[in-house]
Design a protein around this ligand. Structure first.
Ligand code: S3P
Length: 430
């Protein structure tokens, strides 16, 4: 579908099970590929980004049996069992695929080229290539971007600070560390998502994890996984914000990953006055999971920056939508990383929400929203960015008239069932 038409003012009500977490799905595939034996992955996210990782892993000689779209068996080949692909690996539009593979493939006995679609070729890759070189990787970028050429090589250990708060870069270094001759220690000054560390520990890798540092020691073997992927809080965030802002709404989301490195959106919405509670907390695959209940209430503006921004980096376009409905000023700073996502998300979210009458202003490292605003109807565009497409689809729920979002096929990059799930709780999407 090329465009989505949204009829406003329908309260959201009911229960949802959000799809499997995108970040954890990528990691489960990559780590299962190098485990000693067969891993079973359930609730895998069959989105375009994760399917790009799946295809790359197959190209590296790993056999994967797909039982249904969300259940897979990955026949792991052990740490040294990957094979050279016949051609360049296509990461499509997935930054996580490319950056994590860059780390995993830096210590192999064969060379690889990583490439992808134009949107991905625009994104910065020196942030991962530079630190990998410090471990001895022979990796070339094309003027700081993909395609990446990774040559066969041997890696040594090292102590590396993260120069940008990126879990993708951290994970690349930890994956490379599995192949290094001595420990690789990554120091971070902000709490980026820690799914790689948790999964490595669960598979028996020799890894130590502190708040600001993870150290992986050379490893001989990883145990296979048997993992149910927790629901993706970044996907759940869309119905959560929808239910928080559409009067009369009440939604329950089950089986949602509530890892503290990802729950910034819940904390900030609560600070804004949203009625959200978390229950049924338990662990699944070394990740905390729970049920989230949210109902509509009056919101007030909030000021966020620092660690909170890192813990909700993918939810900031959506927060801007919530802020248009909140009383007073919302200010986001320390979020310059948004400029190097699938689009420059500061520029695109500001441009598109303004078309709906939002009072929103761009800052070099964030944005400012004045609310509340009765959004007008109108036509907006996703710029090919899945998170912007869905954030605009949520904005349409509270507009005065119909909103049409163009260019929505990108939603499949992370949440293929977004439209049907939203319709199942009452959204009028067509
Ligand atoms: C991700 C990390 C984040 C996030 C992306 C997924 C991951 O990117 O924006 O959607 O799975 O590690 P950065 O590491 O570049 O911040």
């Amino acid at each position: 579908m090329k465009r989505l038409r949204i009829e406003p003012h329908h309260p959201l009500q009911g229960r949802l099970q959000p799809p499997g977490d995108k970040s954890i799905s990528h990691r489960a595939l990559l780590l299962a590929a190098i485990a000693d034996g067969d891993s079973v992955i359930t609730n895998f996210l069959p989105s375009r980004d994760c399917l790009a990782t799946l295809a790359c892993v197959r190209d590296l000689g790993v056999h994967i049996t797909v039982h249904d779209h969300a259940t897979l068996t990955v026949h792991g080949r052990g740490l040294h069992g990957l094979r050279s692909s016949t051609g360049p690996l296509d990461c499509v539009r997935s930054g996580t695929t490319m950056r994590l593979l860059a780390g995993l493939l830096s210590g192999q006995a064969f060379s690889t080229i990583l490439t992808g679609e134009e949107q991905l070729l625009r994104r910065p890759m020196e942030r991962v290539a530079g630190p990998l070189r410090r471990l001895g990787a022979k990796i070339e970028t094309s003027d700081g971007h993909a395609p990446l050429s990774i040559h066969a090589g041997e890696l040594q250990g090292g102590n590396l600070p993260l120069s940008v708060p990126s879990a993708q870069v951290k994970s690349a270094l930890l994956l490379a560390g599995l192949y290094a001759s001595s420990p690789v220690s990554v120091h971070q000054s902000a709490p980026t998502r820690d799914h790689t560390e948790r999964m490595l520990a669960w598979m028996g890798a020799d890894i130590t994890i502190d708040v600001d540092r993870a150290t992986v020691n050379p490893t001989n073997c990883l145990s296979p996984l048997s993992i149910g992927i927790p629901g993706d809080i970044s996907a759940a965030a869309f119905p959560i914000v929808g239910a928080a802002i559409v009067p009369g709404s009440e939604v329950i989301l089950t089986g949602v990953g509530i890892n503290a490195t990802r729950t910034g959106i819940v904390d900030v919405l609560q600070e804004m006055g949203a009625q959200i509670d978390i229950s049924h907390e338990h662990m699944e695959g070394n990740e905390p999971v729970g049920q989230i209940r949210v109902s509509a209430s009056a919101l007030r503006g909030v000021r966020i920056g620092g660690e909170t921004v890192v813990r909700m980096i993918d939810e900031l376009p959506l927060l801007a939508v919530a802020a248009t409905q909140a009383e007073g000023r919302t200010e986001v700073c320390d979020a310059a990383e948004l400029r190097v996502k699938e689009t420059d998300r500061i520029a695109t979210v500001v441009a598109e929400l303004r078309k709906l009458g939002a009072r929103i202003e761009e800052k070099p490292d964030g944005l400012v929203v004045e609310g509340p605003t009765a959004l007008t109807g109108g036509t907006v565009d996703s710029h090919g960015d899945h998170r912007l497409a869905m954030a605009l689809a949520i904005a349409g729920l509270v507009a005065e008239k119909e909103v049409v979002v163009h260019n929505i096929s990108c939603i499949g990059d992370s949440f293929p069932d977004f439209i049907s799930q939203m319709k199942s709780i009452g959204a009028s999407y067509d």
